[in-house]
Design a protein around this ligand. Structure first.
Ligand code: TYD
Length: 140
């Protein structure tokens, strides 16, 4: 099976004036390179909690902390990189076989995720050793 792997930080364009700020996200336009099939958000996280601990085989996601902040740890099997999402115009695009953890949720943080597929447990890899093993199958 051929897997993809991509991580990209993005600055979202803001429509703002003295009354406030507005950011719009649309499928297959500007920064969302997929049909948005699902939106979910993580909030009310327990202080100190670390979530995630999984990779996806195919899923494409755009992550935005619409309120507060959190850190996304992305591991492509070779190196780990940390991304701080701390403003609604900062987004992180993550595609495919990236092991991800989410941590350092601030009080009141809301992490919104746009996803390219409906929820499918079969797309998850929840065992790190299986993740590393599967990565060896990537054909370049
Ligand atoms: P999970 O993806 O493990 O959360 P996180 O990556 O934040 O640690 O999902 C947590 C639970 O929610 C799990 O029981 C699956 C369920 N879930 C859905 O039903 N639909 C969804 O779109 C997502 C992302 C999770």
């Amino acid at each position: 099976m051929k897997y993809s792997q991509k991580i990209e930080t993005l600055k979202l364009s803001v429509n703002g004036d003295e009354t406030g700020q507005l950011i719009a996200l649309e499928s297959n336009k500007a920064v969302v390179p997929f049909d948005i099939k699902r939106v979910y958000y993580i909030y009310d996280t327990t202080p100190g909690t670390v979530r995630g601990h999984h990779a996806h085989k195919k899923l494409k996601q755009l992550l935005v902390a619409t309120s507060g902040s959190c850190t996304i740890v992305c591991d492509d099997g070779k190196e780990k990189r940390e991304f701080i999402l701390d403003w609604p115009n900062k987004a992180l695009y993550v595609e495919g076989m990236i092991w991800r953890d989410m941590k350092n949720f601030s009080k009141g943080a809301v992490l919104m995720v746009l996803a390219s597929e409906y929820y499918d447990e079969n797309d998850y890899i929840r065992d790190y050793n299986v993740f590393l093993k599967e990565l060896k199958n990537i054909k370049k």
